[in-house]
Design a protein around this ligand. Structure first.
Ligand code: GDP
Ligand code: IMO
Ligand code: MG
Length: 428
């Protein structure tokens, strides 16, 4: 039995899609357990580039089971759009290789409207969400007003829940947020059509995942977003609305903690963030622009420019602790090639102390000054390395610093977006 988690150790976009696809070769089942189509996971296979939002990144192998867990918020229209998109690129998506939890919450049209109107009403305190309805859908789940996939399979239950929700949301949308009312009938009819298409994919995924683990299959849990976007441990309120940390696997896929052995933290060789919120090592200068251009740091989902900055080991150390990381996969060291000097943040000066953990309060975080260590750079030949030995010495020193500071080994190094541009240092 081997089951392991692949998750983002920073603010998302670390290369989870690439590393999930790479590791999925030896897995039988790939499970998404939180988030929704706010994610954008890129997988490059041969000449094709696939951008996955909701569907697990194991879908490009024909023989893997891909699971959308109960912790995921599912926009069913986006799901079928993604299936068509993948089929257009030659992938096969059928109920044999994709199942969706009957307990997953549905993203409804009013969630997307609410997401956008609430952002507007926050004014300068907006979060910079993806506008996909993620926050309002998780709000309804906690409020116990949500509509689940299994409800959609029961016409009368669905009608009743939808009626209640459209009435309540329309009041709020029109009277508080100044938006336009939604039409119950149009949503009902549209979702009844969707129900027919969705039905063959629906399953009790906790049973499927449990049985797979018990049958000695290899199960990969694919995280979305990253540790600092976690609703509890991220830079709240500038976070997403789910538990992106490893703990989210248990609740989001319906399995116990004793059934997962390993957690691989995907860490980009520098730091990026999309949307608003604090970012201690952000580079608002030419170097930041250079990293953005060289690393093509533009959002998969919204096309927004990603904010870029130096690698922050305070973040990685915190991530190692909160996620119980057993190893790191470090991505995009090729992007830094060409820089003469590269900095790593090795602590924060906070009041009269030096700290190596991430403070809860944004006021305290604002007072933190990164302490940097400077490293000599390497050149673009790094992208040709296929073993640890072939890496430039300066890149090795950089990677060595990550391991020493965090106390977590690096098992994988990514030197480019393709599958073959991956160095296996040790078994994960
Ligand atoms: P995810 O959300 O964590 O899956 O990451 P994204 O797909 O949003 O962003 C990562 C981007 O970097 C994608 O365009 C990947 O194709 C690309 N990528 C992943 N690993 C590497 C790498 O090692 N080097 C380079 N140059 N690009 C990479
Ligand atoms: P992947 O899986 C980076 C960010 C948004 C915003 C905040 C809240 O590709 O790494 P939401 O729409 O979730 O309510 O937005 O979270 N965000 C991401 N940033 N990568 C992601 O996913 C993200 N998903 C959400 O930009 O700041
Ligand atoms: Mg992404």
């Amino acid at each position: 039995m081997s089951s392991f988690i692949v998750l983002g150790a920073q603010w998302g976009d670390e290369g989870k899609g690439k590393m999930t696809d790479f590791l999925a070769e030896n897995a039988d089942v790939v499970v998404r357990y939180q988030g929704g189509n706010n994610a954008g996971h890129t997988v490059v296979v041969g000449k094709n580039e696939y951008k996955l939002r909701l569907i697990p990144s194991g879908i490009l192998y024909e023989d893997k089971l891909n699971v959308i867990g109960n912790g995921v918020v599912v926009d069913p229209k986006a799901l079928f759009e993604e299936i068509s998109y993948l089929e257009g690129l030659g992938a096969k998506v059928t109920p044999n290789n994709l199942v969706v939890s009957d307990r997953a919450q549905l993203i409804m049209p009013y969630h997307k409207v609410l997401d956008k109107l609430k952002e507007k009403s926050r004014g300068k305190n907006d979060i910079g969400t993806t506008g996909r309805g993620i926050g309002p859908c998780y709000t309804d789940k906690a409020e116990r007003a949500g509509i689940r996939v299994c409800d959609l399979m029961h016409k009368e239950t669905f009608r009743e829940k939808l009626e209640y929700n459209v009435k309540a949301k329309n009041e709020y949308i029109t009277k508080v947020l100044g938006g336009e009312a939604l039409d119950f009938g149009a949503i009902y009819n549209e979702y009844m059509e969707i129900a027919k298409k969705l039905k063959p994919f629906v399953a009790d995924i906790s049973v499927r995942v449990y049985d797979a683990i018990k049958a000695d299959k290899d199960v990969l849990f694919e995280g979305a977003q990253g540790m600092l976007l976690d609703v509890d441990y991220g830079t709240y309120p500038y976070v997403t609305s789910s538990n992106t940390v490893a703990g989210g696997v248990c609740t989001g896929a319906g399995i116990g903690p004793t059934m997962v052995q390993k957690a691989v933290g995907i860490a980009k060789a520098y730091t990026t963030r999309v949307g608003k919120g604090p970012f201690p090592t952000e580079l608002e200068d030419e170097t930041g622009d250079w990293i953005r251009d060289n690393g093509h740091e533009f959002g998969v989902n919204t096309g927004r420019a990603r904010r870029c900055g130096w690698l922050d080991l305070v973040i990685l150390k915190t991530s190692a602790r909160i996620n119980g990381l057993t190893s790191f996969a470090v991505t995009k060291i090729d992007t830094l090639a060409g820089l003469d000097k590269i900095k790593i943040c090795v602590g924060y000066k906070f009041e009269d102390k030096v700290i190596d953990y991430f403070p809860a309060s944004l006021e305290d975080l604002a007072k933190c000054e990164p302490i940097y260590e400077e490293f000599d750079g390497w050149d673009s030949k790094v992208a040709d390395a296929r073993s640890y030995e072939e890496l430039p010495d300066n890149a090795k020193k950089y990677l060595d610093k990550i391991e020493k500071f965090t106390g977590v080994k690096i098992s994988l190094i990514s030197v480019g977006p393709r599958r073959d541009q991956t160095i296996v240092v040790s078994d994960i």
